[in-house]
Design a protein around this ligand. Structure first.
Ligand code: AMP
Ligand code: MG
Length: 185
């Protein structure tokens, strides 16, 4: 990770429709929450936060499994915009603030956003502009990969907020990003 840059990072964490293992394919998952923290990569300062729920199309009724995992309710989803509108709001929030790269814990969020864009016929604007913070963390741990919860533990940080809620996960990943800045190089 090279923080000596004028870029801004958008640390995102998505929640998506999900079911008991084996019930549906990953290709059928849709984003139901975008949580994001905008960061000045040069200083590490948090500039702003963004959060939206999204109403899925394929399976608009959340499974009990998904509600339990994410603590997101059916009511929060029913009153939310569909992906194209929510994603446009997310982009407007970003583009007001200049050129950014996306960052997340692992490859999943980048992949899921691409999948949602493809499903809704929207151009994906972040091709080649993704920083995998899990990989960066792995570089400081002999290449081993850790989930966010374990990475927080290893870094002496407590998990704040509700695990598997996009905005809380994004805030915790931002704290790991600060740890990485301190310990890289
Ligand atoms: P996370 O950022 O770890 O909260 O996970 C993002 C999304 O991945 C969740 O909203 C679920 O759709 C899916 N997911 C995460 N963990 C699990 C799990 N144990 N079983 C099934 N799906 C999961
Ligand atoms: Mg999450």
């Amino acid at each position: 990770m090279n923080p000596n840059t004028s870029e801004r990072l958008v640390i995102i964490d998505l929640e998506a429709t999900c079911w008991e293992p084996g019930r549906h394919k990953p290709s059928e998952m849709e984003t139901i929450e975008i949580g994001a923290v905008l960061v000045d990569h040069a200083t590490g300062n948090k500039l702003d936060e963004f959060n939206t729920f999204i109403r899925p199309v394929r399976y608009p009724i959340l499974s009990d499994f998904c509600k339990k995992l994410t603590s997101i309710s059916q009511g929060q989803i029913d009153s939310a915009p569909r992906f194209p509108e929510a994603f446009q709001r997310f982009l407007d929030w970003i583009y007001d603030r200049g050129n950014v790269i996306l960052a997340s814990w692992g490859a999943y969020d980048d992949k899921q956003l691409k999948q949602d864009c493809s499903f809704h016929g929207i151009d994906y604007p972040f091709h080649g502009r993704h920083l995998n913070l899990k990989k960066e963390f792995g570089k400081l741990h002999n290449g081993r990969k850790f989930g966010m919860k374990r990475a927080l533990q290893l870094s002496g940080l407590t998990l704040e907020g509700q695990h598997h809620r996009g905005i809380d996960d994004a805030r915790n990943i931002y704290r790991l990003y600060l740890w990485l800045r301190q310990h890289s190089q």
